[in-house]
Design a protein around this ligand. Structure first.
Ligand code: SAH
Length: 211
């Protein structure tokens, strides 16, 4: 990433609502080119989703920034991400929190993400192949949960695996055109829901692909 690439990306992120200094710093330190194939290196710093293996996409930087900011990660947090892709979002979270577990339903992508994270020397991320809508009961509870695929409703197992005082950011909605980013906060007496704005994600799909 050249200094010009970094500057351009930071200007774009700020203009699209990413203002948290820690989030901007983590994104500046995470070269998105590492998460796309060589064909797309040249476009890695554009604020658009780009194709990755298994017919999926690496998220748009400004969306990753806004979701990370909304999640309000603390340095001591244990975080669950659902929908690893090639691991861009997880790499950014790894710089902001103590421990990251990321679950992906395409085995080929889990492998890719593991390779990239190893190459970048990120040692606090665990990549798991599985259906992330069931969460990761053996590691629960989580301080924060970030879902990067759209669910019909916030999945029950994920709500249950949120620590009291913890929060989850999840795109909700079935159609492509109508999804709302929701922040769910768990308190002693239940769950509070905040709408953060419209988004567009691939759907949360059941089961695992051994590709
Ligand atoms: N977080 C990624 C974006 C990935 S796109 C990034 O940083 O770029 C969404 C991903 O969610 C896809 O890779 C898709 O395969 C995955 N996905 C969809 N349904 C899933 C499920 N039930 N469990 C785990 N991963 C799922």
């Amino acid at each position: 990433m050249t200094p010009e690439d970094t500057m351009k990306l930071l200007v774009t992120l700020r203009s699209r609502g990413v203002t948290d200094a820690r989030v901007l710093e983590a994104m500046e330190a995470t070269d998105r080119a590492a998460f796309v194939s060589d064909t797309f290196t040249i476009r890695a710093y554009e604020d658009v989703p780009l194709p990755i293996a298994s017919g999926q996409t690496v998220s748009q930087p400004s969306v990753v920034g806004r979701m990370t900011q909304a999640l309000g990660v603390e340095p001591r947090d244990k975080v669950l991400e659902v929908g690893t892709g090639t691991g861009y979002q997880a790499a950014i979270l790894s710089k902001l929190a103590r421990r990251i577990y990321t679950v992906e339903r395409h085995r080929a992508l889990t492998r890719l993400a593991r390779e990239v994270h190893a190459k970048l020397g990120l040692t606090n991320v665990t990549q798991i192949t599985g259906d992330g809508s069931h969460g990761l009961p053996e590691q629960a509870p989580f301080d924060r949960i970030l879902v990067t695929a759209a669910a019909e409703d916030p999945p029950g197992p994920l709500l249950a695996q949120l620590r009291i005082g913890g929060s989850m950011v999840v795109p909700v909605g079935v159609s492509d055109a109508m999804q709302m980013l929701i922040k769910v906060t768990r308190s002693d007496h239940g769950y509070d829901y905040d709408e953060l704005g419209p988004v567009r994600f691939v759907p949360l799909v059941e089961g695992v692909e051994h590709d």
